[in-house]
Ligand binder design. Structure first.
Ligand SMILES: [Zn+2]
Length: 468
């Protein structure tokens, strides 16, 4: 019944907006805000996110919405604005990060800070990661205010600094020092997207980020005796380290499903062709064999990652001269822990696999905290399901576990159920996230604005009629 009331509320809100909200203008505004943000060079490591924070603050001032800038270090500014609801529900937080990764301008077709629009694409550093999301969150906040939509919950906008640096001067700073300004029941962040068929242009599925892995890198150092390369000693650190790394490479940690990955594979099993579906069904059985897991890896190596804590050797260093055995050799492991993984158990498990007493395991600095996934039984996840079903009937909604890390980690770690969602991507597109000629397609960007508008309204707007 409650759900019915929401749906009716969303329906009525939609009717009212149809009279007031000028969609063409709304889309144009979101695009212009994105272009404006791209033109502000907020690239790491300097960040200079104050440029974006000041720009957004000026626009909020003009609109008559109060805002506050929080500066974690000189120039490293985040901005918060809030539209008040009636307080009957806890707030909804809309966030995006205003910093971008650095650029190699010589390898770009366009000036990376120009926001050039060409062939239905918006080019620029940050177009896809993450200024498009910032601009939509921002325009949605302005529109809620402009149209005076009655809200059951506050809607908070956060343009946050330093995501690409791990969040220390952004989301971590906000959570540790200004949690009251952003505390919410739910948050919408980057970390999911629609998938578009390149031929039909139809949306096939929507990944909604509900969980992610926690980076926990470590160094392996093998110690031994230096000596002459003509004498084959047993404790040669290059050989011992090779053995240790090879064992880790050949021995994946045990698999484990959670609510997100179980639902993900269930929905894939129900919608994908039989040759794939069969593998997903097998993975959902108790204790799947390693052979089944390898078949999953054949389909998609990322699927092999989302069912376990992954241990990937990325750097291997040792030795300096061809006839000298060095006294040590070192490898770096990129470890991505599943939600709920106990670090002590994890490093103990690695020691057991390595089986080399002369190899030391040294955990590296942790930037993203351990946290639990966002649940699937919330009004916000329901809003994703309803809005996507209404706008894209037949598309599959897939709760997703990201192998990478985002600001959602810090928010989930303080109990804010955070969901990741961004503009759709056409299959086969490489939109240059963190690479050259980064771009965002205009059409999926407009659709993303529609989806977020509908989702925010369903979850935050006061139902305008009461179902009897
Ligand atoms: Zn990002």
């Amino acid at each position: 019944m409650r759900r019915l009331i929401w749906l009716l509320g969303a329906f009525w809100a939609g009717q009212i907006q149809a009279q007031v909200l000028d969609w063409r203008q709304f889309e144009a505004d979101a695009q212009q805000t994105l272009v404006d943000l791209i033109r502000l060079d907020t690239s790491q490591p300097k960040g200079n996110e104050y440029l974006a924070a000041n720009y957004l603050k000026q626009r909020l001032d003009v609109a008559g919405i109060a805002s506050t800038i929080y500066e974690a270090a000189p120039g490293r500014a985040s901005i918060v604005a809030r539209i008040k609801g009636n307080g009957s529900q806890r707030p909804l937080l809309l966030l995006g990060h205003t910093d971008v990764v650095t650029v190699e301008p010589a390898n770009w077709t366009f000036d990376p800070f120009s926001g050039t629009v060409k062939d239905g694409k918006i080019f620029g550093r940050g177009a896809a990661d993450d200024k498009g999301i910032v601009a939509v969150a921002f325009e949605v906040l302005l529109a809620l205010h402009r149209l005076q939509i009655p809200l059951d919950r506050d809607v908070i906008f956060l343009g946050v600094a330093d995501e690409e640096g791990g969040g220390g001067l952004g989301i971590t700073y906000m959570v540790e020092n200004h949690l009251a300004a952003i505390d919410a029941e739910f948050a919408l962040n980057e970390g999911g997207r629609g998938t578009i068929d390149p031929i039909t242009g139809k949306y096939l599925s929507f990944d909604i980020g509900t969980a992610e892995k926690t980076p926990r890198r470590a160094r392996l150092i093998a110690h031994g005796r230096a000596g002459h390369g003509s004498v084959p000693s047993r404790d040669n650190p290059v050989g011992v380290l090779s053995r240790a790394v090879a064992r880790l490479f050949d021995t994946p940690l045990p698999m484990r499903l959670n609510e997100t990955t179980r639902t993900f594979f269930e929905r894939l099993a129900a919608t994908r062709p039989e040759f794939e579906a069969e593998v997903y069904r097998a993975i959902l059985e108790p204790n799947p064999s390693m052979e089944t897991q390898e078949r999953l890896r054949d389909l998609n190596a990322a699927y092999f990652s989302i069912i376990r804590t992954s241990v990937v050797p990325t750097i291997f260093q040792g030795g300096y001269q061809r006839n000298v055995i060095p006294s040590s050799a070192e490898a770096t492991l990129d470890i991505r822990a599943l939600p709920g993984e106990d670090p002590e158990f994890l490093f103990e498990a690695l020691r057991n696999i390595i089986q080399e007493p002369s190899v030391e395991i040294i955990p590296m600095r942790v930037t993203r905290p351990a946290h639990q996934p966002a649940p699937l039984n919330t009004p916000l996840f329901q809003a994703f399901e309803d809005v996507i079903a209404a706008r894209h009937p037949g598309a599959t909604v897939l709760p997703s576990l990201l192998t990478g890390a985002t600001d959602s980690a810090q928010l989930r770690s303080v109990g804010i159920a955070t969901y990741g969602f961004g503009p759709g991507i056409v299959i086969g597109d490489d939109n240059g996230v963190h690479g050259n000629d980064e771009y965002l397609r205009v059409a999926p960007y407009r659709e993303y604005l529609h989806l977020i508008w509908d989702i925010v309204n369903q979850v935050a707007a006061t139902p305008s009629i009461v179902a009897e």
